[in-house]
Every structure is written in structure tokens, then in C-alpha cells.
Design a protein. Structure first.
Length: 347
């Protein structure tokens, strides 16, 4: 089973090609300068290109509802149009979810638009970028407290996976996926792995002798993680996986059922699975928050910001400094509890 052949559109390279082909098909519905912008992103990862193009197209769909779809309409885009779009985006999210749109999401949308309009300006399509007169990225994003799981909460998540959550029918369905779902939670918790690397792991990336896995992380950097403590669960999942595949060949480690067979598990699906098992925890937990848990716990143990930055794959320790702040808050809370205990003894 570990030497499975490659099946069409299931490997990492094929996965990238699929994303690229879907984007190119989407671009056929837009003016040529959107395609030109897409090709200007050639040095970016396929995931980054997908993020940028999708967000650009969402803006254009919104804008061209009331404007001419073409070069003339493009030249008429103003900062007010951008602001109106962002406001509508926030209101729509609030209407659908009852929650405010995250500042990080707004910031990403503004960054995508700024990149797009700067490209159009340098290519001579527009005289100046409308982003000059649009709202700026939200400030103090780095000061937002890190959300992470405490040890008791981690135990709760793993218990939820073991027992299942939801209706009897849902729990029955979750049984055959239990080992897969446990690995989806434990991989980022134990290694700090990004979800964009998690979804692209192939069987061939796992060294069953050394207990390691090789992945492609941010900026196309190859990294190797120690998963020796999880190999028993990996083996159990591979047995479950073989039964689910029913003879179908596929190199993706994490799969799900699909029409006509199985498919590689997507980032979106992984997010949904993680959220499912955080029932009973008063925190919004995603795979990124599991990674944040790893960073916070690792720093607590080592007190070494440079080593933590290296293990997290951070380009700068400025990013890692957030885990120091999180750890400081914990120490302050523990210190306060200690002081309260001593005060009680003196009464």
C-alpha cells in the first residue's frame, strides 16, 4: 500500500496543475488585463495565486454590476468604489454569520487590490491606483492576542474525536474517519505544520523507518517534521484508508469520499473538520490556531525566541514575538493565582 502508483489529478504536482487550470478557466470570463495580472504572479505559489485571483474577481464582479465591463470601466474605479465594496463585504458577512469580518480578512483583501491596481498602473491601464484614496489596512493586527488551546482543551478535542460529535447518524459516519481526523489535529499540534502543507502530503512523503514526513511549506520551502510519536495512528489510518479506497489508487494521505470514488482532502474541508471537534470549547479553533498552540507551547518550554522562529518557519522573529506576549500573559495569570493563595493563607 505504501508504494501506491500515482492516479490522475491526485499528486501534489497534479493538484497544482488542477488549481492553475481552474483559475485559467475562470479568467476567460474577465478582460485580458486580469489574465496579464495572473501571469505577473508566476513566482508566487499556486495557493497565493488562487487567493489573489479569487479576491480580485470578487471585487470586479461587485464593481461591474454598475459599471461598463472593460478598459473604460476600469479607468473609472475610484477609492470610493473600493470603500463601498469593502463595506458591502463586511455587511454581507455580518448578515450571513452574525459576526464582524476579521481584520485579517479585510487586510488581505486590501493587499490583493493594492497589488492588482499597482500592476495595472505600471502597465499603463490606469493613470493612478484608486487605493491611494481608499481606506488603509487595519492597524495593529500583530497586537491581536493569539488564540490557542490549553492542555485541557486539547484533551477535550481528542475526546470529541474518539467519541464523535453531533447526532447518532453523524457519530456513526465519523467512526471510519476517526484516525484521519485525529492526525489532522495532531500534525499541526505536534509539528506546527501549516494547513496548506497538511493537505498536500502524499504517502511517498512519509519515511516509515525514521518516522518523519517531508512537506512543501510557505515560499516553496521543503521541511521535514518528526512524527515518530504518531506512527501508530498513521498506520491505523492507512488501514482504514485502504478499505475506503476499495482498490482505487491514490497518493494523497488525507482523502474524503467524492462522487465516483475519493479525492484529496481540501484546506476548506480540513478547517471544517477541525471546527467540528472543538465543540464545547469557547474558542474559534482552526488549523492555524492549532499551529499557534504549537508555537505557544514550544516557546513556553524553551524560552528561546530564535529557536521557536526556526521551528515555526518564521522569516522574522517579529512574528514569533507574539508567542512571547502570549506566554507573558500566562505567567502573569499564574503569578496572580499564586499571590491570591498566599493572601488566603495569611487571613
Amino acid at each position: 500500500m505504501r508504494s501506491e502508483g500515482r492516479n490522475n489529478m491526485t499528486g501534489r504536482i497534479e493538484h497544482k496543475q488542477l488549481v492553475e487550470s481552474v483559475l485559467k478557466e475562470k479568467l476567460k470570463n474577465y478582460p485580458s488585463w486580469v489574465g496579464e495580472y495572473y501571469y505577473s504572479l508566476t513566482n508566487n505559489t499556486h495557493a497565493s495565486k488562487e487567493t489573489y485571483i479569487i479576491r480580485i474577481c470578487v471585487f470586479l464582479d461587485h464593481y461591474f454590476q454598475d459599471h461598463e465591463k472593460g478598459n473604460e470601466g476600469l479607468r473609472q474605479v475610484t477609492g470610493v468604489d473600493v470603500n463601498r465594496f469593502l463595506d458591502d463585504m463586511k455587511n454581507e458577512h455580518l448578515r450571513k454569520t452574525g459576526k464582524e469580518l476579521a481584520k485579517t480578512t479585510i487586510s488581505l483583501q486590501i493587499s490583493c487590490l493594492a497589488s492588482f491596481f499597482n500592476f495595472l498602473m505600471t502597465q499603463g491601464y490606469i493613470p493612478e491606483s484608486p487605493m491611494v484614496k481608499a481606506v488603509k489596512r487595519p492597524k495593529s493586527l500583530q497586537q491581536k492576542p493569539i488564540v490557542y488551546l490549553e492542555k485541557s482543551e486539547i484533551r477535550k478535542v481528542l475526546q470529541n474525536i474518539d467519541k464523535g460529535v453531533g447526532s447518532e447518524k453523524a457519530i456513526a459516519t465519523q467512526k471510519k474517519w476517526k484516525n484521519r481526523d485525529k492526525l489532522l489535529v495532531l500534525f499541526p499540534l505536534i509539528t506546527g505544520m501549516r494547513v496548506t502543507a497538511l493537505d498536500e502530503i502524499n504517502l511517498e512523503d512519509i519515511d516509515f523507518i525514521s518516522g518523519t514526513v517531508k512537506v512543501i511549506e510557505k515560499r516553496e520551502k521543503q521541511r521535514e517534521f518528526d512524527i515518530s510519536g504518531l506512527m501508530e495512528i498513521v498506520e491505523a489510518w492507512l488501514e482504514d484508508r485502504e478499505q475506503i479506497l476499495e482498490g482505487m489508487e491514490m497518493d494523497a494521505l488525507f482523502i474524503s469520499k467524492a462522487k465516483g470514488g475519493c479525492k484529496r482532502l481540501s484546506v476548506r474541508a480540513i478547517n471544517q473538520i477541525v471546527q467540528r471537534y472543538t465543540t464545547g470549547i469557547n474558542k474559534h479553533i482552526s488549523p492555524h490556531k492549532l499551529r499557534a498552540t504549537y508555537g505557544t507551547q514550544f516557546y513556553r518550554q524553551t524560552r528561546d525566541i530564535y529557536l521557536t522562529a526556526e521551528m515555526m518557519g518564521h522569516k522574522s522573529t517579529n512574528t514569533t514575538a507574539r508567542y512571547v506576549v502570549a506566554d507573558k500573559r500566562v505567567k502573569e495569570a499564574e503569578s496572580k493565582k499564586y499571590a491570591e493563595k498566599i493572601t488566603k493563607l495569611m487571613e
